[in-house]
Design a protein around this ligand. Structure first.
Ligand SMILES: [Zn+2]
Length: 253
């Protein structure tokens, strides 16, 4: 499997997933048509699908122009919002998706929006605005409890330690700064933040991350830990309340 990172807008990422055996490709959240189409043509791949993580404009704004160029494209996404342009295939939780010889699973992860879907296989996960590197999406439509379950129950069971995480935005530097503000004595987190800052200074993407890194440094995956509960004055026996408080503080950060 090959994955191309295509930066779009100010800090969004679109991705092109390619099956090396068949040359078939899918574009994940190709929110700006021109850079994605240019890369598809440079690569000479057979674009056959768009995979949508959720309906927000900075994830779906390229759909119409890309479908105009490739009218037989399959456009996947959740039907829940009714706001994904050009949708041709409504995806349900747990549904299998084929791309050439590659197999993915769609996982409904409500929280940021109610139509949020992650596309996962045993090596990579496209997590949209559900899971970021060292962060998670704002709760625009779902509750803290719903997002907590999406991350800590639904996604966690499907991840391997080395599953590569491809999120919808380049937010890592600010997310790590926020995480450091919660647990400033964590020397490994400080060192991680310095590595991320060096990458960004060199104008390189901080993505992909991997699940073991996220489990170690992402505060939204560490709400069961005593250190984090104490950092936000929460109850170690109530990780959903800790999660809600961490999210509230991140919103204000
Ligand atoms: Zn969004």
């Amino acid at each position: 499997m090959r994955i191309e990172i295509v930066p779009v807008f100010e800090d969004n990422y679109a991705y092109i997933v390619i099956c090396p055996q068949t040359n078939q490709a899918a574009a994940v959240d190709p929110a700006q048509a021109d850079p994605v189409l240019r890369r598809v043509e440079q690569l000479g791949v057979d674009l056959c699908a768009i995979w949508t993580t959720h309906h927000h404009w900075d994830h779906v704004s390229g759909h119409e122009a890309i479908v105009a160029r490739y009218p037989s494209l399959e456009v996947l996404g959740s039907p829940n919002s009714g706001r994904i342009p050009c949708l041709t295939r409504s995806i349900g939780d747990g549904e299998q998706i084929a791309l050439g010889s590659l197999r993915f699973r769609a996982v409904a992860t409500p929280g940021h929006t109610l139509d949020a879907i992650c596309y996962i296989n045993d090596r990579v996960a496209f997590t949209g605005d559900t899971l970021f590197c060292s962060g998670c999406g704002r709760l625009f439509e779902g509750s803290a409890e719903l997002m907590y379950q999406s991350l800590n129950d639904k996604l966690a069971v499907l991840m391997r330690e080395d599953t590569a995480i491809y999120p919808g935005h380049e937010y890592t530097e600010k997310n790590v700064a926020f995480a450091r503000s919660l647990t400033p004595a964590d020397a490994e987190l400080t060192a991680y933040g310095e590595r991320i800052a060096a990458l960004r200074k060199a104008e390189k993407p901080s993505v992909p991350s991997d699940w073991s890194t996220e489990r170690r440094f992402n505060p939204f995956l560490r709400c069961q830990s005593r250190a984090l509960a104490e950092a936000v004055g929460g109850d170690v026996g109530d990780p959903v309340a800790v999660f809600a408080e961490v999210r509230r503080r991140r919103d204000a950060y």
